[in-house]
Ligand binder design. Structure first.
Ligand SMILES: *Cc1c(COP(=O)(O)O)cnc(C)c1O
Length: 826
């Protein structure tokens, strides 16, 4: 839906500077997601960490002409304000965004489902979409856009065709729900459940629950679990005027009574009574969360009068909601992005955006494999015109279409293209080598019916069955956790040395760069130049610069740490030889670690040496804490900080330019917030391990493998080399393809540690071999091909590091490079 710039100016009460004519279709808050510049209105939001006004110049060069800015942001661009752009100046751009969408929402009289709760919001939303979309045009939040920014962007998608809307609302602080209620104005409210997630800013669980219920202020109906006494009490207290569908498995008087929940091997049969009618359905899941989610969906479908037969039919076909885009290495130097989320325009756009960002630095051709997009309710030619437009605007160079509908619209695509009637045909063409896929970044996106999983598997590079799964979303959550402990102006170095603590440096660096960390740090020059060659442009510090690698550093702008006169002299000499001036270096001081660094007493001579040349310039000065994780060393830590404070001040005083000062590592950030100086260096915490007690923040890395073979071994036999694996009973033994050459330490063998098979502990039997080891699965229901977790989401890495009498750092960085890293993002 389009709005004139005049009507938007009026709606948000802005002062308009510029008078270029414009119509707006798209709202943008993240400059990286730009799609249709001419019709886009960019909101320059200021957050604690970032100022959207910084992106205006870039967006302007990319064709955007309409901007909403705060007074300060406007000051910043006023000098060079282009004549053909409109600036809508407001006191608060976020409030303006919310206000605009509030007014947009008032134009629609359709049912709107608002979902809140601690868990399950996205699944309930996606399942409702699966259950209700065949006969209705539905708009819904993309992925989990449920925040103060995500909600307005979601609601903005409502248009003349929409017949039903489904939006999620998530809050992390008191006071936020009122704003979201105003924007969503739900008529149907669903409260999924209440738990401890996002609890940190709430006084009590009750406060949080009451806040969530504000979403339902003007709802016609509210749906929740009537058996949950806590929720029922909160609902009673909040005195909603809405009708209630509190479903219950215990109380027959409730409007929706669930009289039976019968779990079978891989499905659950659920019988219910609603308005005196008895019915049942089969859910293709057995976990409790899925059952609860399905009951919330059931209540909403009944309220929306979806006939019971259709509910039964569609519940049986519910598909799991995959919440992630998986990046995998493919054959022939391809990179695969597997999006099994679902296929519709909104999710296609998000996935294309993801592909585009990944492709920028890699020099890979951008290819899309796309199936027919099913059940959108749109007519085929309009739909594929839009698809073609999206594909064009995201710079896709080649499309491989699968299905009769997309094939019939082939002429819409003005890029390299080829179409096939079905997945089997495409796969056989690839298998016969008639459709080479090489040096491409490939987004594979298909409706479930097309079975693209098999296609992905075929294109995937398979070297070894053992993988390290890296959750980039969790890493960002950790980054934000540590950022929240900093003053807004404090800068951050993220340590990506040792292949990002084993997680793999490129993808990690790329993600951190996107989140605008100030510096990355690696150990040696080669690690840095690899990152540069892969396209990382962020500032990079080299912690252990080799004398032989200065040239590499100059060529790639890799900023060395300097810890001795010997190193400094050699560096200056080499830089002078190359005619380089003002090359940034980072001065390390030794304040107690006694590893590397200048002594505080070296400072006068250091100042003199630096002043007598212009080849290098001190960009920062830092030191390293030896025991910031442990209260027993607090007095020593404070002494280190004092020593650093005065020594670094001496250095700074000698120079007119600003020299950044930093001393805190992860533990320092948590425990010595007064020692932030200008910058901090985040390491282990970023990778999800608390530096203080080794507890897991958000787990980032999971090491996984699969069972190759299972056999029964009689009690008197032994397992493995040197007959070490003695058995106490007749046993079932599984062999898994991971050994000490993958980084699985030999000391974990012989019953010293365990891994997880289908959630149960399986002890290592006998010696761990080079590439394989054996585990005891006697008491575990499992089969060949089942997945095995060595450490990660369900088995904390400390279960291994404790046995090995070492620290998690060592276990993480020991996972060898032959183990494939697989990245995903929530
Ligand atoms: C590795 C390293 C860090 C990060 O330490 P963590 O304990 O992982 O947070 C910080 N500073 C220096 C100099 C380092 O070498």
């Amino acid at each position: 839906m389009s709005y004139s710039i005049e009507s938007i100016t009026e709606s948000i009460g802005a002062r308009r500077v510029g008078n270029a004519p414009a119509t707006i279709d798209w709202l943008l808050t993240d400059s990286r997601s730009l799609n249709f510049p001419e019709e886009t209105l960019f909101f320059a939001l200021t957050t604690k960490r970032n100022d959207g006004a910084r992106y205006i110049a870039d967006l302007y060069t990319r064709g955007v002409r309409n901007f909403v800015v705060g007074e300060e942001g406007f000051e910043y661009i006023k000098k060079e304000q282009p004549a053909d752009a409109n600036f809508l100046v407001v006191s608060n751009p976020l409030k303006a965004l919310q206000r605009l969408v509030e007014l947009h929402r008032t134009r629609f009289q359709i049912p709107v489902v608002g979902i809140t709760g601690s868990n399950g919001k996205t699944i309930v939303k996606e399942w409702l979409h699966q259950l209700l979309s065949p006969e209705r045009a539905i708009v819904r939040s993309p992925r989990s856009y449920n925040s103060q920014i995500g909600v307005p962007l979601s609601v903005w998608q409502m248009n003349e065709q929409s017949e039903l809307a489904i939006f999620e609302a998530g809050i992390s602080e008191p006071g936020e729900m009122r704003t979201l209620q105003n924007i969503i104005k739900p008529t149907i409210g669903i409260l999924t459940n209440i738990g401890g997630a996002h609890q940190e800013n709430f006084f009590s669980l009750q406060e949080k629950c009451m806040e969530k219920l504000l979403l339902f202020k003007n709802c016609d109906v509210v749906i929740y679990n009537g058996d949950d006494e806590f929720i029922s009490n909160c609902v009673a207290k909040s005195m909603l005027s809405a009708r209630e569908i509190a479903w219950s498995r215990k109380d027959m008087e409730r409007p929706l009574y669930i009289n039976k929940v019968e779990k079978q091997e891989n499905c659950t049969v659920i019988s219910y009574r609603y308005l005196e009618m008895d019915n049942s359905f089969t859910l293709p899941f057995i976990d409790d969360a899925a059952i609860e989610n399905s009951l919330n969906c059931l209540a909403a479908c009944l309220y929306l009068m979806l006939p019971a037969e259709l509910i039964t039919e569609r519940m049986a076909k519910l598909e799991p909601v995959a919440m992630r885009l998986e990046v995998k290495e493919g054959k022939n130097n391809c990179l695969l992005i597997n999006d099994s989320y679902n296929s519709d325009l909104g999710s296609l756009d998000i996935a294309l955006d993801f592909l585009y960002r990944r492709s920028l630095s890699k020099g890979l051709k951008r290819t899309l494999i796309l199936s027919d997009i099913l059940e959108t309710g749109q007519n085929t030619s309009t739909l594929y015109r839009q698809v073609a437009q999206l594909v064009g605007s995201r710079g896709i160079e080649r499309i491989i279409g699968v299905g009769s509908e997309i094939s019939s619209c082939a002429t819409r695509f003005n890029i390299e293209k080829v179409f096939y009637p079905d997945t089997a045909t495409l796969m056989s063409v690839i298998a016969q080598g008639e459709l080479p896929l090489e040096n491409e970044i490939i987004l594979i996106k298909g409706a479930r019916k097309f079975g693209f999983d098999a296609l992905t598997e075929m294109l995937e590079k398979k070297v070894h069955e053992t993988i390290l799964e890296v959750n980039l979303g969790a890493m960002i959550a950790n980054l934000n956790y540590y950022r929240s402990k900093l003053k807004p102006e404090t800068k951050m170095v993220c340590m990506v040395k040792a292949s990002a603590y084993g997680a793999g440096s490129y993808e990690i660096a790329k993600t951190l760069q996107e989140h605008r960390v100030d510096y990355l740090a690696v150990a040696v020059a080669d690690e840095g130049s690899e990152l540069r060659k892969a396209g990382i442009t962020a500032n990079i510090i080299i912690m252990n610069p080799e004398m032989t690698a200065f040239k590499t550093m100059f060529d790639h702008k890799l900023e060395p740490e300097v810890y001795s006169f010997h190193l400094l002299d050699a560096l200056i000499k080499e830089a002078e030889k190359e005619g380089i001036t003002n090359f940034p270096v980072h001065i390390k001081l030794d304040t107690g670690m006694h590893r590397l660094g200048f002594a505080p007493s070296d400072i006068p001579r250091l100042v003199e040496r630096l002043k007598g040349q212009d080849a290098v310039i001190a960009r920062s000065v830092f030191s390293h804490l030896v025991g910031s994780d442990s209260p027993q060393f607090d007095a020593f830590t404070r002494r280190q900080i004092e020593t650093f404070e005065s020594a670094s001040a001496c250095l700074q005083e000698a120079f007119p330019h600003k020299i950044l000062r930093h001393i805190c590592n992860s533990a320092g950030i948590e425990r010595f917030s007064g020692a932030q100086f200008d910058m901090v260096r985040l390491g282990i915490g970023l990778y999800g391990i608390s530096p203080i007690d080794n507890s897991i923040l958000n787990n980032v890395s999971t090491l996984k493998t699969t069972i190759l073979q299972i056999r029964d071994v009689p009690e008197e036999d032994t397992v493995g080399y040197s007959r070490k694996g003695r058995l106490a009973r007749p046993s079932r033994i599984a062999a898994i393809p991971i050994g000490y050459a993958d980084g699985l330490n030999r000391h974990l063998g012989n019953g010293n540690a365990y891994c997880l098979v289908n959630g149960k502990r399986a002890v290592y039997v006998g010696n761990i071999c080079m590439d394989v080891c054996m585990i005891d699965v006697t008491d575990i229901d499992c089969k060949e091909g089942d997945s095995v977790e060595i450490f990660g989401d369900h088995l904390p890495i400390t279960a291994l590091s404790d046995v090995l009498d070492t620290i998690p750092y060592e276990v993480l960085t020991s996972v060898s490079t032959r183990v494939k890293r697989v990245y995903y993002q929530d």
